[in-house]
Design a protein around this ligand. Structure first.
Ligand SMILES: Nc1ncnc2c1ncn2[C@@H]1O[C@H](COP(=O)(O)OP(=O)(O)OP(=O)(O)O)[C@@H](O)[C@H]1O
Ligand SMILES: [Mg+2]
Length: 466
């Protein structure tokens, strides 16, 4: 999903654009000041920035420069009622790509932006996969029994308006599941408004969610709608809900129980006409027993849990997922679609995928780009996967093994520097042993530059053998 940062002085225009972009599946973060914009840009990747010509000039230019340097591939637009040449020229000099005229309807502006963001071959590929008889639910691939059970549940709960809590390790596809539930529900024509509770700084999150009245706090120059209000008639997706602060947990509980909320600084209760889907990769139950998450909120969210299984528990999905990502990546970078040799598939099947589907997607991207010729090359796999090959490097260092053992604390504790130094020494010795002392291979095994490795060996006076 693309993330767009809106920094507009006119909140009515911002509301309109926000609604139109959200409807098109774009994650939108709004900043009322250029300074807030910089904070939000630091908090996570930005695919596009729209900064209003109405923002004070130095801050506006500073925001453009900051986004340009933090996220070089972002699309940066300066927006205003007309194309004032002075504004355009200085914005472009600061790094902006183009000018957006805000007098045209929000839907047109949003449509243009979305087209600029994604010349995406995804939809096409999903249709292809379905044509090959692969199991696909709203673009989610998976024919294995565990994921089929998840699909079944998604179809069942979509129609009901109940709160859903999606649980699962990082990268398992929780966000895709949330989108599928929304798309299959009677709210599909309404907006799906995502909020990443972990990425937005806490002070901003409250006003993001609930909105605020004019004058509610210094800087609240205008009334602003929160995401609970903007999601009206649709779904709000509270991602990383486990990261919510205790203060906001109380407020969320109230929304879930009473279906109403107030804007910050406002006395009037507003009806929450939304469905809530939440997700987390944390063990919230454990967090509850440690006092980090409210028990009442947990049970309120946990009405219908959906547990998304890790990739290692559904290895049957690997071939279809690999085929999908290879095709997707080749199309994106404009290369012919390479074939997947059995040796690579075998390594994929042997590997545990702690980063789940996202890790697989990234590994495939690397392979597609680095492999030359008709086949994906096992040589280009990261060392952690390549070393699983029979006759490859010896077993990887395992937690609790001799490499990772924790030093006995002395009376004064543990010296951090000594412990790290000792750890590096053992790791390097292991890698040298695993690659018969060939430094190139040892470096690859550790995902280090050869020169870095050689330098460390020299500095630490490591000898091989022993
Ligand atoms: N079954 C699937 N079919 C196709 N693509 C998938 C599937 N599962 C995950 N993906 C892709 O893998 C990536 C990670 O998925 P997603 O963002 O939904 O995971 P997540 O569980 O929300 O992760 P996190 O906890 O880190 O936020 C995305 O690019 C998504 O499109
Ligand atoms: Mg996610």
């Amino acid at each position: 999903m693309s993330r767009v940062l809106l920094a507009l002085a006119d909140q009515t225009v911002a509301d309109g654009l926000f609604a139109e972009l959200s409807r098109r599946g774009v994650e939108v973060d709004r900043a009322e000041t250029a300074e807030d914009g910089v904070d939000l840009a630091r908090a996570g990747e930005v695919d596009a920035l729209i900064v209003g010509a109405g923002m004070p000039r130095p801050q506006r230019l500073e925001l453009i420069r900051r986004v340009r340097s933090l996220w070089p591939s972002a699309l940066v637009f300066v927006a205003g009622p007309d194309g004032d040449p002075a504004v355009v020229v200085e914005a472009v000099k600061a790094g902006a790509d183009d000018y957006v005229v805000l007098s045209s309807p929000a839907a047109d502006v949003a449509g243009r932006l979305v087209r600029a963001l994604e010349p995406s071959p995804d939809a096409l590929l999903a249709t292809e996969a379905a044509g090959r008889g692969e199991e696909v639910l709203e673009g989610i691939i998976g024919g294995s029994a565990p994921i089929q059970r998840v699909f079944e549940r998604v179809r069942k709960v979509a129609g009901a308006d109940s709160t859903v809590l999606i649980l699962g390790e990082s990268g398992t596809g929780k966000e895709l599941i949330a989108r599928a539930i929304h798309a299959l529900s009677h709210r599909a024509r309404g907006p799906l408004i995502p909020v990443n509770c972990g990425a937005i700084p806490e002070e901003l999150l409250e006003s993001e969610l609930f909105g605020h009245e004019k004058g509610a706090f210094t800087g609240a120059i205008k009334t602003r709608l929160g995401r609970f209000e903007l999601a009206k008639g649709g779904t709000i997706f509270l991602d990383e809900v486990g990261d919510m602060s205790p203060n906001l947990q109380v407020k969320l509980l109230r929304v879930l129980q009473e279906h109403q909320f107030e804007r910050i600084g406002g006395g009037r209760s507003i009806k929450a006409e939304i469905r809530v889907i939440a997700a987390t990769n944390q063990d919230v139950r454990a967090k509850v027993s440690q006092g980090g998450f409210r028990e009442d909120l947990f049970y309120r969210l946990h009405v219908i849990p959906i547990q998304v299984p890790p990739l290692r528990a559904r290895r049957d999905d690997l071939p279809a997922l690999v085929g999908h990502f290879v095709a997707q990546c080749a199309a994106r970078v404009g290369l012919p679609r390479p074939k997947v040799p059995p040796a690579v598939m075998d390594l994929f099947s042997a590997y545990d995928w702690p980063g789940n589907v996202r890790e697989l997607e990234n590994v495939i991207e690397r392979l597609v780009i680095l492999s030359e010729g008709e086949y994906l090359s096992a040589e280009e796999l990261p060392a952690r996967i390549r070393s699983l090959a029979p006759g490859g490097a010896t077993a990887a260092p395992s937690a609790g093994g001799h490499i990772f053992s924790f030093p006995e604390p002395g009376p004064g504790g543990v010296s951090f520097n000594d412990a790290v130094d000792e750890f590096e020494r053992r790791l390097i010795q292991w890698a040298l042993a695993a690659s018969d002392g060939v430094k190139n291979r040892a470096a690859a095994l550790l995902d280090l530059n050869r020169t870095t490795l050689v330098e460390k060996i020299r500095k630490k006076g490591i000898k091989f053998p022993g």
